[in-house]
Design a binder for this molecule. Structure first.
Ligand code: SF4
Length: 407
């Protein structure tokens, strides 16, 4: 518990100091003493090796976005021991990160910096990376991602992870020194297929994927994650509560997993412990929006011990009690159990996009793109579908709403 008390003192001290550059807690310069280094070790978030890159990264990484508070958030995250920062062209946070580097040049080399862009071809990644470096005002990033590969990308993007053009592009990028590692982020419905291609191609170093902590072991997606892990591809978790709304889920945690709250974790900290208990993931990306969230989550990281089976089960119960609506991508067993050709998982996914993610137009478009028999659930045994689904989706309620909103 001493570390937690230290962290609390660091937080108070940091606020009083007003995030002043030059604090020894913020970064170690070339004149760092042994005492400084020892202090640094005690405040740094634990690390895990990112696949075959061999690089140790913070198990918690700071997702960034364009905001007035960005400079304060970056410094506070750093002061609390995070050494992995995630940005992207579309987040608008690269100029803010560049300002941080200008004010504190020593930071750049002590962090793992990731950015992303959306190339139209593998070769296009080279020009896109140059643009990102110009915005970040740095001459390299540690990891460059194709951002959100999937729908919206060229049809042949499923072949990119194995293509000759991608192999040559990655070699050129690494030779230039502009990115040490290359990969993609993905929250697409076809992410199992993208992961399988990545595991087969062995070209990418790391992948960041929408992750469901309670993924059924026998699903295609879970097996694809296994294949990537076995191939030495580093894995980073993101969008870990994309199914229910965060509040729906977090409200259930104290009811179903009081033993984790009693340890001093927040509900979100308990979720982080659940994800970190899956050794396949090296880091979790979280867009921490304020200093309290950073304090709570870095504290959770520093006290992490793998959860016991009973604790994981308590968290699964909290998840189920939050009435998830998002298909967690298994093998379509709900449709088989219901005796229908309707793609029940896809329909509920589009409903979640519509109701919870705010992508109303896109949800209707994707629903309309399904063949008629994939949309027609008439006569389906919805109770049997619910029983078969690992997330226990309430199809009777969800499909009625899907008809109302998506048709
Ligand atoms: S909705 Fe269907 S496909 Fe999706 S997780 Fe549940 S059973 Fe699997």
């Amino acid at each position: 518990m001493a570390e937690h008390d230290d962290l609390a003192m660091n937080r108070r001290g940091f606020i009083q100091a007003g995030a002043v550059a030059g604090s020894t807690a913020l970064a170690l310069g070339s004149n760092a003493t042994a005492a400084d280094e020892a202090a640094q070790k005690t405040i740094t978030v634990p690390t895990r090796v990112l696949g075959r890159t061999g690089v140790k990264v913070s198990i918690l990484n700071q997702g960034t976005w364009k905001a007035e508070s960005l400079n304060r958030i970056l410094r506070f995250a750093y002061a609390n021991g995070i050494r992995y920062f995630d940005t992207a062209k579309s987040y608008g946070s690269e100029p803010g990160i560049a300002e941080w580097f200008e004010a504190m040049p020593e930071v750049r080399k002590s962090i793992f910096l990731v950015t992303k862009d959306a190339p139209r071809t593998p070769k296009d990644m080279i020009a896109r990376l140059d643009e990102r470096l110009a915005k970040l005002k740095t001459d390299y990033v540690d990891l460059f991602f194709i951002h959100g590969i999937g729908a919206g990308y060229p049809e042949d993007s499923l072949d990119w992870p194995k293509s000759k053009e991608m192999k040559e592009t990655i070699e050129a990028i690494k030779k230039s020194g502009k990115a040490k590692f290359v990969g993609f982020s993905c929250h697409d419905a076809k992410r199992a297929e993208y992961l399988e291609a990545a595991a087969e191609g062995k070209l990418f170093d790391a992948l960041m994927i929408q992750n469901t902590a309670w993924l059924d072991k026998n699903t295609r997606l879970n097996k694809a994650i296994d294949k990537c892990y076995e191939a030495g591809i580093g894995l980073i978790s993101m969008k870990q509560i994309a199914g229910p709304t965060p509040k729906d889920f977090l409200d259930q945690v104290p009811n179903h997993a009081p033993e984790l709250i009693a340890k001093g974790l927040t509900p979100y900290g308990a979720l982080l412990h659940t994800i970190w208990s899956d050794e396949r993931f090296s880091s979790v990306c979280v867009s921490m929006r304020n200093t309290d969230q950073i304090t709570d989550n870095t504290r959770a990281a520093k006290m992490f011990q793998p959860l016991k089976a009973a604790e994981l089960e308590s968290m699964r119960k909290a998840f189920l009690a939050s009435r998830p609506s998002l298909c967690a991508d298994c093998d379509g067993r709900c449709s088989d159990a219901a005796g229908t050709k309707a793609q029940l998982g896809d329909i509920t996914r589009y409903l979640t996009y519509y109701e919870r993610h705010g992508f109303r137009g896109e949800a209707k478009k994707q629903f309309a793109a399904l063949p008629p028999e994939a949309r027609n659930w008439e006569g389906a045994d919805l109770e049997a579908a619910r029983d078969a689904c690992p997330s226990k989706l309430d199809f009777a309620a969800l499909l009625a709403r899907a008809d109302e909103h998506l048709s």
